[in-house]
Write a protein that binds this ligand. Structure first.
Ligand code: MN
Ligand code: MN
Length: 288
């Protein structure tokens, strides 16, 4: 039988009540600083998700068994600050129902309000940029300030950035916890990530994937590309290492007007990876 309806993320056919994972798009890119267009990403990433088989071969899971709802897109016609408030409200709705949010940006300013909705958790941002400015172009909620807002919300020592290779003089780096892409390349992702992860005090982890953390060779469609990035294998390692500790995920800064298609495919595939890994870890526990 055909399925009738609007475009939705692949296999996201559950109701909110039944879902373990809830997908929300945020087509928002008002604070973009270089190339704009991230607002088109939720639709394009949903389309890209239809590329994959329902079966996830290496994890031995089928998305036919994983309950996912696509809650659609969140629009806000007001200011940037009002947008951020609306995202927090939406995240609270999902978190208070004990479901796993999967946000699709939009730009990185969407992440701090989601993290805030969780309260006492740890947060990891994969990002080329430290995003640690106190404000940018007069905005506290700029995408250039996202990591700083996250640290303010979860507290120092409960968040780090991974894959960083762009830090400006006004970011006061002595405050921030991060691992740079050069060290990851030299020593290997396992060694550096495991060392960083051991620093986090709280077990539940929210993972934010700013797609520009990945090298532009793999992810060219992004607003502020930065060479010498992580590989998709590095990101895959991070997701699998976190496993059952994952409590929420977003992928941000995909910019379809600059994409050849590979970036949105990669973003959709990483969403599938998170859901497969998290679902598998919960199922394994239930079987004990
Ligand atoms: Mn960022
Ligand atoms: Mn970035």
């Amino acid at each position: 039988m055909p399925i009738r309806g609007m475009l939705r993320f692949a296999d996201a056919v559950s109701s909110f009540e039944d879902a373990q994972f809830v997908v929300v798009g945020v087509p928002f890119d008002k604070t973009t600083t270089f190339r704009s267009g991230a607002r088109f990403a939720p639709t394009v990433i949903r389309e890209a998700s239809l590329n994959f088989e329902r079966e996830n071969f290496e994890h031995g899971v089928s998305f036919g068994d994983i309950a996912v709802q696509d809650a659609g897109d969140l629009y806000e016609e007001g200011t940037v600050d009002e947008m951020v408030e609306s995202i927090e409200e939406e995240a609270r709705r999902i978190v208070s129902a004990k479901k796993f949010p999967m946000f699709i940006g939009g730009e990185h300013s969407i992440t701090p309000p989601i993290v805030k909705a969780f309260g006492e958790i740890s947060c990891i941002s994969i990002d080329a940029h430290l995003d640690y400015r106190d404000e940018y172009q007069g905005l506290k909620n700029s995408h250039a300030c996202s990591h700083r807002r996250i640290v303010e919300s979860v507290g120092k020592g409960n968040a780090f950035a991974f894959g960083v290779r762009s830090i400006s003089a006004d970011e006061k780096v002595e405050d921030a916890l991060y691992a740079d892409a050069f060290e990851i390349h030299e020593k290997g992702v396992e060694k550096v990530f495991d060392r960083m992860l051991a620093k986090l005090k709280r077990k539940p982890v929210y993972l934010s994937l700013d797609i520009d953390g990945v090298d532009p060779a793999y992810a060219p469609g992004t607003g502020t590309p930065e060479p010498f990035g992580l590989t998709p294998w590095d990101v895959r390692y991070v997701i699998n290492k976190l496993g059952e500790r994952l409590v929420g995920f977003d992928v941000v800064e995909v910019c379809p007007p600059y994409d050849n298609g590979n970036t949105s495919i990669l973003a959709a595939r990483m969403m599938r990876e998170v859901m497969a890994v998290k679902w598998k870890s919960g199922t394994a526990k239930a079987k004990k």
